[in-house]
Design a protein around this ligand. Structure first.
Ligand SMILES: C[S@@+](CC[C@H](N)C(=O)[O-])C[C@H]1O[C@@H](n2cnc3c(N)ncnc32)[C@H](O)[C@@H]1O
Length: 252
């Protein structure tokens, strides 16, 4: 019955199952229905109660197994059946997670909802590697951008503002467009030797790190054939990894 149920838009963190919040785990264990994405680990999924309905809506072969509009509608339908619904997403629901779009549909349908924030890939993955996002003298700010757009469409980003060497730049979903990102940043004035790194499957056991500069990173990443998900970081803070980082040793 509408009004008695609630949808929780929950962030599951960057991958390591220990990096989910206490609140996220609590609502997950009380769920009647869980609608989840590809980037949620099996350990976290094992916390779903046996009686709960599970619906996988992640990507299959590059396209969503369910279009976004249908995912949002599914949340409304499940909530109207009187269920406590958890919409479980990788990282944080409001950072490149389409959580805002789902929240708008729920608000429009007058379905009560709550957002349970998660540790986004940028902070979870990089903290684990000994790379602070900001650091006095190295980076006075940080920007998160998406490197995703249509296959044959150029990325529509404000390169002049992103080329600031005093700001850390984190690119989500940027693997396919890395050569374009590198060329555009250098053309917009970023020093070609600005440190950069790519991290595949951060916080997980098979995490891989590739280090370089904004100029060299695309070729290094190509050599290694990184598996998604991959996060790209550009900024002087990368240099702190040498002293603050842990194993595994980076590929250089
Ligand atoms: C659709 S976005 C979801 C982001 C998520 N909502 C968050 O806050 O982290 C997926 C992108 O996040 C990044 N990502 C998420 N988890 C990651 C991980 N464990 N290692 C590296 N990158 C990750 C990758 O850039 C991936 O392409």
């Amino acid at each position: 019955m509408a009004g008695e149920s609630r949808v929780y838009l929950v962030g599951a963190g960057p991958g390591d199952p220990d990096l989910i919040t206490v609140k996220a785990l609590r609502v997950l264990r009380a769920a009647d229905a869980v609608v989840y994405d590809r980037l949620v680990s099996d350990e976290i999924l094992s916390e779903i109660p046996a009686h709960a309905v599970r619906v996988y809506v992640g990507k299959e072969g590059g396209t969503h197994s369910l279009p976004q509009s249908e995912i949002s509608q599914l949340l409304v339908t499940l909530a109207r059946q009187g269920k406590t619904v958890v919409r479980l997403k990788g990282g944080d629901p409001y950072i490149f997670g389409r959580g805002g779009e789902e929240a708008l549909v729920l608000a429009e349908a007058s379905v009560p909802f709550e957002v349970v924030p998660g540790i986004t890939a940028a902070s979870g993955v990089l903290a684990g590697l000994g790379v602070p996002l900001t650091h006095r003298g190295l980076a006075n700010g940080v920007r998160f951008v998406t490197g995703q757009c249509g296959k044959n469409v150029p990325l529509d980003l404000n390169w002049a503002s992103l080329a600031d060497p005093d700001t850390t730049l984190v690119v989500y979903m940027g693997l396919a467009k890395l050569p374009e990102i590198s060329a555009n940043l250098i053309a917009a004035g970023m020093p070609a030797d600005q440190p950069a790194m790519a991290v595949s499957k951060g916080t997980l056991e098979d995490e891989t790190v590739v280090l370089g500069t904004i100029e060299s990173l695309p070729a290094r990443v190509r050599e290694v054939h990184l598996a998604p998900p991959v996060l790209i970081l550009i900024g002087r803070v990368v240099s702190l990894r040498e002293t603050l980082g842990r194993d595994p040793a980076p590929r250089t």
